[in-house]
Write a protein that binds this ligand. Structure first.
Ligand code: NI
Length: 197
């Protein structure tokens, strides 16, 4: 088992047996209609492997490049229970709160409470569409981080919304499946004109 977690400084000790750690890559985002987005993702046991470290940095790099505030592993064609929450204000989500990109492994939503609120969501796998999605405003979750530690944590507001949206990707759902009325869907062009304008 490879224990290296370094993702930089690959200019030292060139002849070790470990595979060379490559630079983060922008990965191709799987689009709606691809069956992988409908699969139940697999539990991850080797959280600290080099493969997993590279997957995390690729996901963060890919989400940032595409203006996402989160991304799930199935969205780059990897059916594993891992997603990134990386909220920060950008052109797609100008009002998003700032947070450190966080890798969430093997998540479970233990409890949902608070008001069910509708708010606008988009998805990198559903380009050109926004929808008003009803979600509980508070959730209690359990998950692991890349160091293998288990966490029990409450989220609320926009971060709770991101968590639920990304969690859905791990159980084969997109935000379109949560929209309760087709009239709550809008083209991105109309969204920018009517809602953001
Ligand atoms: Ni999505």
């Amino acid at each position: 088992m490879n224990k290296s977690t370094k993702i930089q400084n690959n200019d030292q000790e060139p002849n070790r047996q470990e595979p060379e750690i490559r630079q983060p890559e922008i990965r191709q985002i799987v689009q709606l209609g691809n069956p992988i987005l409908r699969e139940q993702a697999q539990v991850i046991s080797d959280l600290s492997s080099q493969t997993m470290q590279q997957l995390i940095v690729d996901l963060i790099t890919t989400a940032k490049d595409a203006g996402g505030v989160g991304i799930a592993a199935p969205q780059i064609g990897v059916s594993l229970q891992l997603f990134i929450m990386a909220s920060s204000p950008n052109s797609r989500y100008p009002n998003a709160p700032e947070m450190e990109p966080t890798a969430i492994f093997n998540p479970v939503i233990i409890e949902s409470c608070g008001e069910v609120l509708k708010d606008w969501e988009g998805c990198l796998s559903v380009p050109g569409i926004r929808g008003l999605v009803p979600r509980p405003s508070q959730i209690t979750t359990e998950f692991q981080t890349a160091d293998g530690k288990k966490h029990r944590k409450q989220f609320e507001g926009f971060i709770a919304r991101i968590f639920q949206h990304e969690f859905d990707h791990l159980i084969g759902l997109t935000f379109l499946d949560r929209v309760t009325d087709n009239k709550d869907l809008m083209s991105e062009q109309e969204f920018y004109r009517q809602v953001m304008g």
